[in-house]
Write a protein that binds this ligand. Structure first.
Ligand code: HPA
Length: 269
């Protein structure tokens, strides 16, 4: 089956389950999946039951799709995403974004845990732009003309109006929301200190192993994007060692702010 047929098959499957009018997609990163638990009138489906869908293998990622009402909006939330480092082809990593588009979403909120280059642990950062150092591009191959052009513009991939609303909402809530450039790598190794020094020179504020592929596919198909990074650690060389336990622990600490912020932003988008 070609990619377009797969997208249509999965979209139809989800429509048949009652997922009919999502306005926003929510991609919830490491430790941030709890927000899906607050969705009302929820339709919840295990990834394993969705045709053409990937499998989530990382600790802190539940592997469920949840549809329903959050902050007065119809959202389609992914509790756990697919990473390239898990061995998923880019087509699988970005498939949920295609399906969100096919179902009629107008925007996506993409979240992640990231290492801080400019900012320290516990910071929430609105992503203003990215640097793709994955060595990959999910749009390589035949272009899906139904979704967008062969050579998509990435000038406003992280939609400015969404970001401005996010800052206004954060200010109202008293949440300190920073802003910066997300540099995407494949992982699964954390970076070396030399790499982080190089990334700092390149203009990175934070570094992480997700988000870039999904945002490229979103931009291609005209989906508006709000990206939020939860900075869970200082990047390599700025602290003595890195481990996933710390990432999960810091996310635990900031998730209340995170959840409150995303809900309040959703109400305003
Ligand atoms: N590097 C890459 N990805 C990450 C990090 C990091 O330091 N922390 C959380 N995700």
């Amino acid at each position: 089956m070609n990619l377009m047929d797969k997208i249509n098959e999965t979209a139809q499957f989800l429509k048949d389950k009652g997922i009919t009018v999502p306005a926003f997609g929510l991609i919830l990163g490491s430790g941030l999946g709890e927000l899906a638990g607050e969705i009302e009138n929820a339709v919840s489906i295990d990834y394993a039951d969705i045709p053409n869908w990937g499998r989530s293998t990382v600790v802190g990622h539940a592997g469920k799709l949840v549809y329903g009402d959050l902050a007065g909006r119809k959202v389609l939330a992914l509790q756990g995403r697919f990473h390239f480092y898990e061995g998923n082809p880019m087509e699988v990593v970005t498939f949920p974004v295609r399906v969100m588009r096919a179902l009629g979403c107008e925007g996506v909120i993409v979240t992640n845990a990231a290492g801080g280059v400019e900012y320290g642990p516990g910071t929430l950062m609105a992503i203003s732009d990215h640097i793709n150092l994955t060595g990959q591009n999910p749009l390589i191959g035949a272009n899906l003309d139904e979704f967008g052009p062969r050579f998509p513009d990435m000038s406003d991939a992280y939609t400015k109006v969404y970001r401005e609303k996010a800052h206004a909402v954060a200010e109202k809530l008293g949440v300190d929301l920073k802003e910066g450039v997300y540099l995407g790598v494949t992982g699964p190794t954390y970076e070396t200190p030399a790499e982080i020094r190089a990334f700092q020179t390149l203009g990175a504020s934070a570094v992480g192993m997700s988000t870039v592929p999904e945002v490229i596919v979103a931009a291609h198909s005209g989906l508006k994007v709000l990206g939020i990074s939860a900075i869970t650690n200082f990047a390599a060389g700025f602290q003595s060692e890195l481990n996933h336990g710390e990432v999960v622990e810091v996310t635990e600490r900031i998730k209340e702010d995170f959840k409150g912020l995303v809900k309040a932003i959703l109400a305003e988008l």
